[in-house]
Design a protein around this ligand. Structure first.
Ligand code: NAD
Length: 354
């Protein structure tokens, strides 16, 4: 029977006798609503420190999570985390423009790093982050939570096992109607528009569902220049990726319409996920030999957030690379840069895999 197990070679059992300590940098929406409550269910990770520029947030969340005052930091004294042996891992949950700086400062302070997606503003920044962590002898992982989510893991397994025949096409669409007045709409902080923030889920899915790297991309952008939200970033950018096996992936990325789905179409059926990459509530259907079935999975022992938080400490203990290392973020950034180039220059762009 096909299961949704974590990739072979990945340590999933609790290592050693101590949970590793995380410092969360950036107490915004994702950190406080989605990530921090999950530590209660982790077996290899615990929340030990907080970093914020807002004293009231440090006060509030420090009290809520029992973080001592000695373990509350701001952006100025952040580097003194090097003197705190309770902190093993720094989780960077900041606007994209700050990812490289805080990853490099964390590695320099002798800490492993989990950094949110998109990894950085550019592939050059990604390379600098990877180099800094390597030089410090520290692990670097990117917050691609879907790689830890059971429905997505099953979809990967079914697609790569050719359960519905060899894959011929993938469609993937991600988008939402963004509200004005946030850093995501300021290119100097986000590095780009919908593609960097949400379209990256379509891109990453096309890559994890095929297990291949694209060789060519063609993109079309559609942005209403009169919409004040899109003064510096793109709204919609659709892109088509060609993979070495012949699979064509048609992907949507939008900041003005709601999408959250993908479909793997094989010679003998399809695997459909909608919603595909939410925080919870995934729905999967599989059609094979003319019969369509809903695949319902039992509640996982660890949800995607818990599995992700536990994964890095377990890799550190076992001496393994994370399943989503810095190189995974770098690959997406290189393709994102090619997608932007294709849209700008109105031509297909060839990708050189590294
Ligand atoms: P947010 O705006 O809610 O939080 C950003 C945090 O950064 C805030 O606490 C803010 O105070 C802080 N910050 C520090 N300096 C800042 C500055 N100069 N300008 C603006 N904010 C500043 O954003 P978020 O939704 O929590 O996103 C944070 C990161 O998490 C991003 O990289 C985003 O892509 C990622 N994210 C990932 C997921 C996921 O599912 N993996 C979901 C949401 C967000």
């Amino acid at each position: 029977m096909l299961t949704a197990a974590i990739a072979p070679g990945t340590a999933m059992s609790a290592p050693g006798n101590r949970k590793m300590g995380y410092a969360i940098v950036g107490l915004g929406s994702y950190a406080t609503r989605q990530i921090m409550p999950q530590f209660a269910n982790c077996e290899s990770a615990r929340l030990v420190a907080l970093v914020s520029g807002t004293p009231a947030k440090l006060e509030r969340y420090g009290a809520e999570y029992g973080v001592p005052r000695t373990h509350l930091y701001n952006y100025q004294n952040f580097d003194s985390i090097r003197d705190n042996p309770d902190i093993d891992i720094v989780y960077v949950v900041l606007p994209v423009s700050m990812h490289a700086e805080y990853t490099i400062r964390a590695a320099s302070a002798g800490k492993h790093v989990l950094c949110e997606k998109p990894m950085a503003m550019s592939s050059a920044e990604c390379e600098a982050m990877i180099a800094a962590c390597r030089q410090a002898g520290k692990r670097l992982m990117i917050g691609y939570r879907c790689h830890f989510e059971p429905h997505n893991r099953l979809a990967i397994e079914l697609a790569r096992a050719k359960f519905v025949g060899p894959t011929r096409q993938i469609t993937a669409a991600h988008g939402f109607n963004i509200s004005a007045g946030q850093w995501r709409l300021d290119r100097t902080m986000s590095g780009g528009g919908s593609l960097m923030d949400i379209g990256i889920y379509s891109l990453n899915a096309a890559r994890y569902l095929t297990g291949e790297e694209p060789t060519e991309v063609v993109a079309l952008e559609s942005t209403d220049g009169d919409d004040p939200r899109f003064r510096t970033v793109e709204d919609r950018i659709d892109f088509t990726l060609r993979f070495p096996s012949g699979v064509i992936a048609s992907c949507v990325s939008s900041y003005s319409s709601g999408h959250n789905d993908y479909r793997v179409i094989g010679t003998n059926g399809w695997i459909a996920m909608e919603p595909a990459t939410p925080y919870s509530g995934h729905v999967m259907h599989v059609r094979k030999d003319g019969v369509t079935e809903r695949r319902e999975l039992p509640p996982p022992v660890k949800n995607q957030f818990v599995a992700q938080l536990d994964h890095l400490p377990e890799c550190v203990s076992a001496g393994n690379e994370p399943i989503v290392p810095g190189e995974e973020g770098l690959r997406d950034l290189r393709i994102i840069e090619a997608i932007y180039r294709s849209a700008r220059e109105r031509r297909a762009v060839t990708l050189v895999s590294a």
